[in-house]
Design a protein around this ligand. Structure first.
Ligand code: CTP
Ligand code: C5P
Length: 333
């Protein structure tokens, strides 16, 4: 009826290059300020003009933002300086951005128009995570490429707080509060078909997203198991993972296809795990499956039980390819 309150539409815009949980957290806060979140993404051309070419293409950047659970609509081609016209055209009431100043190549505040029209609100930027920081870790990784990190790795620290010496540079402080904010807090309904996948999900990317979308379609409730940093390092070597377990938890929780995350899942799928979560199907994508200690197939049990499925994500992105892109871009951050 006419008494129904008008829906509040919130506009957010940016580059969203190398999407991380800091971006997701700003969109989560934006969602809390209204009913719908509409994200305007700059084209590759527009970003190149103002700060040099992005690492990810506009198609990839659009896909990553669409995968974030607080996002309702995505619009490609947002102007670098947010105009009132763009807000009106998308029926948005106001614009939300993190509390950092962004400028055009000419040094103009990109939000000066919406600020003077009183259609601008600020949310707190997430400290300790940024594209610059992630790129720094990747460059550090290559510089030490021939000095395998595993020797310096504290394997004894099996607890979830164990950090690689490289991800240790993060200033992000994980709290239970942040995990609760990112979690949807829903348990499976009786009779729900439960799907389980496990992995590193390091530098959460479009390949992961396509894989999780397909995995979620195999059932009603998707659980993602994340291995600890020492476990990931034991099969990936070098200085992987780039993001520590806590960071990977938030990246995966921000994905709209994921219902629950196991923080520090065992490498091999065990009977206890299957029973505890009442898992109906276990799956893995097209990437190679590393054997535990070079011998044991981590999916041996679900294979025996005939509840294992291979999924083709149709996407060949990997964490290593991202690192290669960064190097070939020779980005000066
Ligand atoms: N943002 C945030 N916290 C971070 C990083 C980004 O809240 N740690 C917010 C920005 O304030 C902005 C939105 O995410 O509102 C998207 O902005 P974008 O231009 O993509 O991000 P950058 O500021 O360039 O962030 P980064 O350097 O990490 O890419
Ligand atoms: O390599 P990682 O452990 O992060 O992969 C997690 C899951 O995502 C695995 O099942 C992997 O096969 C899948 N994946 C995929 N397509 C990609 C990248 C990963 O299906 N491009």
């Amino acid at each position: 009826g006419s008494s129904k309150k008008k829906e509040i539409r919130v506009w957010c815009d940016g580059c969203y290059d190398m999407v991380h949980f800091g971006h997701a957290n700003s969109l989560r806060q934006a969602k809390a300020l209204g009913d719908k979140v509409i994200v305007g993404i700059h084209t590759d051309e527009e970003i190149t003009k103002h700060k040099g070419p992005p690492v990810f293409t506009e198609e990839e950047r659009v896909k990553m933002v669409k995968g974030i659970k607080w996002v309702d609509e995505v619009v490609l081609g947002a102007p670098y300086v947010t105009t009132l016209e763009v807000l009106d055209r998308n029926n948005c009431d106001f614009c939300v951005h993190g509390d950092d100043i962004t400028m055009t190549a000419e040094g103009v505040d990109t939000y000066h128009l919406v600020k003077s029209a009183n259609r601008y609100k600020e949310v707190r930027r997430t400290a300790g995570v940024s594209t610059t920081d992630l790129v720094g870790r990747m460059l550090l990784l290559t510089r030490n490429h021939f000095r395998q990190g595993s020797a310096e790795y504290d394997i004894e620290k099996e607890d979830s707080a164990a950090k690689s010496p490289w991800t240790g540079c993060s200033q992000f402080l994980p709290t239970t509060q942040k995990i609760i904010q990112f979690s949807d807090g829903k348990s499976p309904n009786p009779g729900d078909k439960i799907v389980y996948v496990a992995g590193a999900f390091d530098l959460f990317h479009v390949g992961h997203l396509d894989f999780l979308e397909k995995a979620s379609k195999l059932g009603d409730y998707l659980i993602v198991g994340l291995h600890t940093d020492p476990v990931v390092n034991s099969y990936k070597g070098s200085n992987y993972p780039i993001m520590n377990l806590h960071e990977r938890v938030l990246s995966v929780l921000a994905c709209k296809f994921v219902n629950e995350v196991v923080i520090g899942a065992p490498y091999c799928v065990t009977e206890e795990l299957l029973e505890h979560f009442k898992i109906d199907v276990v799956c893995h994508g097209g990437t190679p499956i590393a054997l535990e200690d070079g011998k044991i197939d981590p999916y041996a049990l679900p294979k025996t039980k005939a509840i294992f499925e291979l999924i083709d994500s149709g996407n060949d992105m990997t964490t290593e390819r991202i690192v290669e892109r960064i190097i070939s871009h020779r980005l000066e951050y």
